[in-house]
Write a protein that binds this ligand. Structure first.
Ligand code: PRT
Ligand code: ZN
Length: 224
């Protein structure tokens, strides 16, 4: 890998990938993404893209393996708290909050659950993929609970009897409804963000970032 080229990590396939590719295209970056490989080289600028799982993006940026990354604040914040708890380095900065990937992390309960606020979940089992964000919220509320870690199918946990409530991402609410659940409390609001590693970039790379940022700004304004 050419160390002089700016490395940007984006989600390989998922809810952020289309918009990320569009964003780069809008900035004038010509990508050859026909073959969905781990690395894609821009044809007209010294930029390499790393196409990875979204969960890997904050770590790649914080470890300085890539220079920039685009990821949901939900994943960023969860990774940050996890790394801080493990005593791992977690240095990064947010260059721009983007206008896509919007969602909220919410507590949800079965539609027949008598929810009177977070305290209704005292001692209950809550299924989530975001244990740290959930813990932070519940600690603030002074409510003790049991975390049930699930990396997928969180919304079926109450029906399957493995949890009393869930804490999951919501956008339209259709998934909750389809599973007989209702949104009880929003604990975190998220959008995609462009982040940069904590290390100062060499001048050549910094120049590219300085070129990209106003273009991103312009694209977002045009969409408002
Ligand atoms: O494979 P990889 O690990 O990269 O992808 P992933 O499956 O972990 O993530 P993906 O592609 O689903 O989401 C990537 C990011 O998009 C998330 O981290 C959020 O920042 C953002 N985002 C925005 C969402 C949603 N909206 C969303 N609705 N991520 C997930 N969902 C899921 C949610 O988990 C639930 O299952 O969609 C369902 C709810 O949607 P509604 O519309 O029915 O409410
Ligand atoms: Zn993921």
């Amino acid at each position: 890998m050419d160390k002089t080229r700016l490395r940007i990590a984006i989600q390989k396939s998922g809810r952020l990938s289309k918009e990320c590719q569009q964003l780069l295209k809008g900035c004038g970056v010509k990508l050859n993404l026909r073959e969905q490989r781990l690395i894609a080289h821009a044809e007209n600028m010294p930029i390499d893209l790393l196409l990875v799982r979204d969960d890997d993006i904050p770590g790649l940026v914080m470890d300085g393996v890539v220079d920039l990354g685009v990821v949901g604040e939900n994943v960023l914040e969860e990774t940050l708290m996890d790394r801080q708890a493990q005593g791992e380095a977690a240095d990064y900065s947010v260059l721009k909050r983007l206008d896509f990937g919007g969602c909220r992390l919410s507590l949800a309960v079965a539609d027949d659950f008598d929810y009177q606020g977070p305290q209704s979940l005292e001692g209950k089992r809550i299924a989530t993929s975001y244990p740290w964000l959930l813990k932070r919220f519940m600690d603030e509320q002074g409510v003790k609970f049991k975390s049930v870690m699930l990396n997928g199918s969180v919304e079926v946990a109450p029906r399957a009897g493995v949890a009393d409530a869930i804490c999951d991402l919501v956008s339209t609410g259709a998934t909750l409804e389809a599973n007989g659940l209702v949104e009880a409390d929003v604990i975190f609001r998220s959008k995609a963000v462009l982040i940069q590693s904590g290390n100062a970039l060499p001048a050549g790379k910094q120049q590219i970032v300085d070129k990209l940022l106003p273009r991103i700004q312009g694209l977002q304004q045009a969409r408002e």
